[in-house]
Design a protein around this ligand. Sequence first.
Ligand code: SF4
Ligand SMILES: [Zn+2]
Ligand SMILES: [Zn+2]
Length: 307
Amino acid sequence: MLCHCQKPAVITLQHGSLCQLHFLNYFEDKVFKTIKRYQLIEKNDTLCIAASGGKDSLTILYLAQKYLQKNNFNTPLFALAIDEGIKNYRKSTLKDLKQFCKDYSIKLNVIAAKKEFNYTLDQAYPKINKDTKKKPCNICGVWRRYLLNKYARKLNATKVITGHNLDDEAQAIIMNIFKANTDLAAHLGPISGINEHELFVQRVKPLYFCTEKETKLYSLIKKFPVQFIECPYANEGLRSNIRDMLNDFETKYKGTKQGIINSFLALLPLLKLQAKNNANEIKVCQQCQEPAHQNICNTCKIQSLLR
Ligand code: SF4
Ligand SMILES: [Zn+2]
Ligand SMILES: [Zn+2]
């Protein structure tokens, strides 16, 4: 396969094949256009990049910094990582992240679940699962959202930038459809959430239109220190089944994932309106004073199960 410039291609996309140089330009252009179109980064922001050390987070750390330099923005930027306490996984991704942040002079903050909740995910999961059948990713997701928001706010961030890519989003959309969670689906999109609240820091996703395959290739070409190891819990739960199903569909019917995203974006304004009408307003948790959708937040519910 050849690129339009006649050099050997490194990837074949729906609209043609691209060589290394043209792929890098295409990828960066797509991310920067997403940032501009949805105003994901503004001059007077303070940016908190939710980082794990995986390919998506290193890519977005690099590109957010590049975007600021390119536009001559003096916007402060720092990385925030959550150490959930997952054996044989998190320590090594955090090692990569620390090295990356050192190389690019980015301040890194690491918050450990063990310190915050007295339990690592590995310790909490068997206990919670016994009573509720909840999967590790359910607990991990609740903890991560909670800690990211709490510490991003404490560190004065105006935006939390996450490395969610097109594949992650397509999976989340289908998961919410399968579970008839239209109110939850309304929280998706390049800018997360439906209601603004002083305790909530807005979450934004500049890699929204980049596929898993593209992000992986970008991080490989850029030689980011990524080991591509998988979380030991990654194959448990609904999401992994949906991921496999969508990958299977994508192989048979090219453009499936992009089609899901496009259909969803066309419906999103209606979903947001419906969620607002359902009076899904943000409250303050009566136990921890963090923002919540009910009187007691999901993190405090997990804590009471652990006690
Ligand atoms: S796969 Fe699940 S448990 Fe592992 S880091 Fe991701 S959300 Fe957490
Ligand atoms: Zn080319
Ligand atoms: Zn709470």
